[in-house]
Ligand binder design. Structure first.
Ligand code: SAH
Ligand code: SF4
Length: 368
């Protein structure tokens, strides 16, 4: 059945060439096939007339385009955010978010079905872990967003506020469901496919990976010098406070995490983004800001403050905007630390940070 078929989105360009050669075809066809997959974004082998019929027949028999059918698409009233519920071959579902910023589009991509890390304020953590995604399932989310951006002839996308230039997929953030460094090999393989300059060409500065702080993964990334932006979810500046929000901190304590971050920045010369979900009365005080400043002193860093988004399983409230401003000012004035407060997007459709969960699937499973 379809499970035994090769998912073409699992393959790098070189692997695709090797596959064609293994089937006895000339490797030159790989270039055309690659362009069909990633430049023309074709959705069937029949739509690839430049490939010899024999190649197409073999592909149809043994391979598949692992496009992910849309179970549900929801638009946010902010006019910039659309959330897709996508169906995987085994019936599991994941969420992918399309975010528009003045003509550029960022895709927020999932790396797992659920997540094993259990952060208390995160909807994905609250649903638990089901499985890793394959490289092809990660790549297919980006392909889906790229395809969704193509204007249908005569039907400009009503959700596109910028009609002047067609928006294109510019950036990928691995900040959807799941912990990407828990699924390291598949994620990095997908990243290599996404970066391919002859394909989606989402190069070095275009991909940001956010981790809860999986120390071995950060060290591995430091050794490989893969050109990604790294974001590390901090949320608290002491081990005890952090472990209460992020259970994974018990496995990878704060001092080990900070040592790994230092190694990463030293080896790669790259700055790390440190994410801090701002929770009212919990981690948004001036003392907290001073503690972050001290923790990050001497490191190439930028702090991303994310006012808490509501989730069913956590009662906390987002920090007030005055608290966020005060936090930022302390980081800037006392520690020369740049910071941003993440724009709230898609909150009404639960597409904000940490709100992604597949409620229907979750409920039906719970009802069994
Ligand atoms: N697993 C990765 C990436 C996905 S979450 C990680 O944890 O880093 C992306 C960011 O959203 C993380 O910084 C995460 O801590 C944050 N986040 C999770 N739940 C949130 C919520 N309810 N409100 C605001 N931010 C949240
Ligand atoms: Fe997993 Fe990240 Fe959510 Fe924590 S915040 S549960 S690591 S997806």
């Amino acid at each position: 059945m379809s499970h035994a078929r090769i998912n073409l989105y699992d393959l790098t360009r070189e692997q695709l060439r090797q596959q064609l050669v293994r089937w006895g075809f000339n490797g030159v066809h790989a270039a055309r096939l690659w362009a069909y997959l990633y430049l023309e974004l074709k959705d069937s082998f029949d739509a690839m007339p430049d490939l010899p019929a024999k190649v197409r027949t073999r592909l149809a028999a043994e391979a598949q385009l692992g496009l992910l059918p849309v179970a549900l698409a929801t638009d946010s009233s902010d006019g910039f955010t659309r959330k897709y519920l996508l169906t995987l071959a085994d019936g599991e579902r994941i969420e992918t978010v399309l975010m528009r910023y003045s003509g550029r589009v960022t895709a927020c991509v999932s790396s797992q079905v659920g997540c094993a890390m259990g952060c208390v304020f995160c909807a994905t953590g609250q649903m638990g872990y089901t499985r890793h995604l394959t490289p092809g399932e990660i790549v297919a989310q980006a392909v889906h967003v790229a395809r969704a951006l193509r204007p249908a002839p005569g039907h400009p996308d009503p959700a596109t506020p910028y009609q002047a230039a067609p928006p294109r997929l510019r950036n990928i953030v691995l900040m959807g469901m799941g912990e990407p460094l828990h699924n390291y090999d598949a994620v990095m393989h997908a990243v290599d496919i996404l970066r391919d300059s002859g394909g989606l060409a989402l190069g070095a500065e275009r991909i940001t990976l956010s981790t809860v702080g999986v120390v071995p993964g950060i060290l591995r990334l430091a050794g490989e010098k893969r050109p990604l932006h790294l974001a590390v979810s901090l949320h608290a500046a002491t081990q005890a406070e952090r472990a209460a929000l992020v259970p994974a901190a018990k496995k990878w304590p704060l001092d080990e995490l900070m040592a790994a971050c230092r190694t990463y920045s030293e080896r790669t010369g790259r700055r790390i983004f440190y994410e801090w979900t701002l929770i009212d009365g919990k981690n948004d005080s001036p003392e907290d800001a001073y503690a972050v400043g001290r923790l990050l002193r001497g490191l190439p860093a930028q702090v991303n403050l994310i006012p808490l988004n509501p989730t069913a399983g956590y009662a906390g409230a987002p920090a007030r905007s005055e608290a966020a401003k005060r936090f930022q000012k302390i980081l800037a004035d006392e520690f020369a630390l740049p910071s941003t407060v993440r724009q709230r997007r898609g909150i009404d459709i639960a597409a904000g940070c940490g709100q992604l969960a597949v409620a229907e699937a979750h409920e039906s499973r719970a009802g069994l």
